[in-house]
Write a protein that binds this ligand. Sequence first.
Ligand code: ADP
Length: 742
Amino acid sequence: VIRAVAFTEGVNEAVATNDQARLQALLFPIVANSKVDRVDIVAADGQHLLTLSRPPGSSNVQDYAVIKGVNLSERTIVQKVLSGVVDELGDKHVELGAIDQDQLFITAGPIQQNGQVVGVVLVSSHVQNLLRLLKQATFSEITLYRLDGTAIRTTLPSLANNLDLLTIPREDIVPLLAFEGSASPRRPVMASNREYDVVPSIFWGRGEPLGFYSIALPTENIVARGSSARNQMAAIFIVALLLVFGIGLVTSRMITGRVQYLMENAIAVAGGDFSRRTEMRADDEIGSLARSLDEMTANLAEYTSALEHKISELTALYESSTAVTVRSSLNLNHVLDAVTTSIAEVMPDIGQVVIHLLDNENRILAPIAASPRTANGFPSFTFSESGRIDNILTQAKPQVIQLAEIETDLLNGSPPSEASTEAIILPLIAGQETIGMMSLFAVTNGMGPSTELDENSQRLLGTFANQAAIAIKNAQLFEATQKAYEELQQLDQLKTEFINIAAHELRTPLGAILGHASSVEKRAPPRLQKYISFITISALRMRTMIDAMLTIQRLDAGTAFLNVSPVDIGSVLQKLANDYRPMAELEGHVLNLHLADDIPEIEVDSEKIGLVFSNLISNAIKFTPEEGHITISALDYGDSILITVEDSGIGLAPEDQAQIFERFYQVRAEDMAQFGMLGVGAGHGGIGIGLTIVKHLIDLHQGEVWVESERGKGSTFFVTLPKKISAETTEPMIERISAQYP
Ligand code: ADP
């Protein structure tokens, strides 16, 4: 507006010439158009020329009044313009102040003519109007202050006439100016019984603080707004939260419910219920998951049932392979029977089983058993000729062969069915030795053994074949042993017969020799005595040996038995001492007999007990160097009678003591020679069965025999005989003893 006034043609001239009427005519349209509240024109000499002004609050063009004679020449703003002050913003100036009674916001600029300032134009707005506009723009109560803090005007209705209450306290002004309005001190002010929050700030005009203005809002409004905003936010937030939770819950229920169902199904399937199906048809991921689970379960069910079938087959095969061992006896025919029936039981697909055994001498595989038909219908074939079979047997594992492959007609031209084009061949191998083969043929309906044997079947059929082979081999060995044993038995029989005959035939002439010798001995002259007693002794020795042979043979045959009767052991020993004294004296020995008084009669077989002690006494004589001592004694020994035969002979080494009761054991001759026994030992005429017989017979009598000896000092043989022999144990005792001395 300043520009419009200053540059409107004619205005500067009218100002320069003090033409007030012209000035008024020129100004009015500008003022009316621009709707400013007041325009003042002052001439360069300070003379007031014209004022057009309308009262505060008016917006009407007719309200503009022309005022004259206003003294404005002293005003700073007018002085600044007239003295040509120009700042960085130009030559215009602003001021907040009052003219007459009106509080105004005044702007001023120069009016120039030919470069000379000829006047000043002041364009002002009523502060009141400015505040009203600001209030409308900000929705808050506005107050304007002078630089000293006193309020000029306010829109706060109840304080318009009570401006003192709004005065900015002095202590606030300095910080307010220092902060340049950035952080304003807030102050509560009461107006119309409401508390307002008043926030002042600097009112700037052309870069200069002209005064202050403040913005006021009712405190409760701010608090209420604040809290209501908070409440609203909280409410919105809660609703949103609930919605999120609600939607989440519903969708997750939908998903987890189905997942849980799936899981229950999966667990049931894992637990072995393969009949479970989810039957879920949804198109989403869970649906496809369910479908794959169903598919998997179906496959699993199929696979498991196949597996179960296989397992039951294999288990049966395994059981039958052990059954072969259990069932089979040592009879070859029974074994072959057990093998063929076992395999037929487990493998119903198999219609025909044939076993060929290898005759190693002739290298021929001969059919030995078949089921269901007899082996007669099947061909033999030489091992080396049938190359394919040879190959299978050396590979030592079950194999499937095409029947066409082998030249030899395994089935002798009569296969169990047309469908039987292949066979499983199981080599029979016992240990390292191939003993034959087993051929399995399919049944009529063509469900033959599968061309490929899986690893398990192969292993089990292999195990089965091995068990069968071992059983067959054992039976074969047993049969061979049986045969050898029978042959041996026959030989043994012959030997027994021979010994019996020989012994009996020898005993009679020996008896005659002994009888005649003793009668001749009585009548012969003394110089012949020695020779005749030598004859007697030799014959006696011979008889002892023959008796020993007969006895041991009887013991071997298990036919030895005790012919017990109450016997006075003392008189038996007395008789033996008398019999053997001549033999002892021939060697220069002293033979003594010590019998306790109180020895009761005991139950023994007197003949056999006689044999026992004649063996012990003759040994004592034999194994004592010349001029020794031999003592026989007997005493009561609690439940038994103890009889000892003691000599001062060569004695026995500890290792010999342990063995002398064994059959045919004799101490080596050179060991005996050390002790002055040349001519005895192996050459002493014994055969090493005397003590064996002693042990046998004492066992039969339920007694005991042992030896105590020291080399070079002599030996003592101890014999105990129970006073009462238990008859009922006699029989098993014989059995036990004959088993012990086979
Ligand atoms: P034989 O007398 O026929 O050789 P025996 O069975 O009676 O057989 O005795 C076995 C062996 O025990 C004798 O060869 C002998 O070496 C040893 N022997 C037996 N009795 C005595 C003994 N009284 N003193 C030393 N050695 C003995």
